[in-house]
Design a binder for this molecule. Structure first.
Ligand SMILES: [Zn+2]
Length: 244
């Protein structure tokens, strides 16, 4: 019971951080004076220019002991490869799920160690948190993530410069494809319809496998994936999309 309560509390905390981070991140996303420059330089990626019917599904805030394995399996059964942006803290607690995600053919990106709001940290603390997650993921998977999605989409010049120097891309998402699937009460049917109504080649679609509403995200996939296939789309990892 205590373990259950702890997990529940952790889930709420994670998604709470995410919500705060997202609203803050959105403001900074719109306001950051260098965003367009970084997008032009291909350091911050929110969409890929392609005529091929390819999209990326990305999953944040896992690995979750239940949702992540289910989502990974459903994707595999539909011949889809996704990118999972994991926190180091959760990867450390669920290494077997991290390995399953890799075995199912997916990609793993760095989503910080603690999912702390980076706007509350100085540059040194941001780098420490980022590298800690990088190390945990590398130790479990055997390779270093090449994509970083900052919690809440927070950006700073020092972070972008550091990523550039390490050859890391900052993985944003296609803004109009944000269904807010993490919000409690958002239904799977709504999430699937939201995405299908807006789908275009090269999009990076943000979803969540690590939140309390992620059973609805799981449900959404069972509807979304066959319909994407039916209209000619292939779901690929972000790295594959970027090479297309
Ligand atoms: Zn997150």
């Amino acid at each position: 019971m205590l373990i259950f309560l702890k997990k529940k509390f952790f889930n709420i905390m994670m998604c709470g951080f995410f919500v705060c981070g997202l609203s803050l991140g959105t403001v900074q996303l719109a306001a950051h004076p260098r965003l367009e420059e970084w997008q032009r330089q291909n350091v911050v990626i929110s969409q890929v220019k392609t005529d091929r019917k390819l999209v990326s599904l990305t999953f944040d805030d896992g690995p979750h002991p239940i949702h992540t394995a289910k989502i990974s399996e459903i994707l595999k059964n539909h011949d889809a490869r996704a990118t999972f942006f994991m926190t180091g803290q959760r990867a450390e607690k669920n290494p077997e799920i991290v390995q399953k995600v890799i075995a199912d053919g997916h990609e793993i990106g760095n989503h910080s160690y603690s999912h702390v709001n980076y706007s509350h940290l100085d540059t040194e603390a941001q780098l420490y948190d980022f590298h800690k997650a990088d190390k945990v993921i590398t130790e479990i998977t055997g390779y270093a993530p090449v994509l970083f999605r900052p919690p809440g989409g927070y950006l700073s010049t020092s972070m972008v410069e550091q990523c550039k120097s390490e050859g890391i891309k900052i993985a944003y998402w296609t803004y109009k494809q944000d269904s807010k699937d993490w919000r409690n009460g958002v239904k799977g049917d709504y999430i699937a319809d939201f995405i299908l109504q807006r789908v275009e080649p090269g999009q990076i679609i943000i979803l969540h496998d690590g939140c309390s509403n992620s059973d609805e995200t799981t449900l959404a996939l069972t509807k979304l994936l066959p319909r994407l296939t039916a209209i000619g789309y292939q779901v690929v990892s972000m790295s594959e999309l970027m090479k297309s």
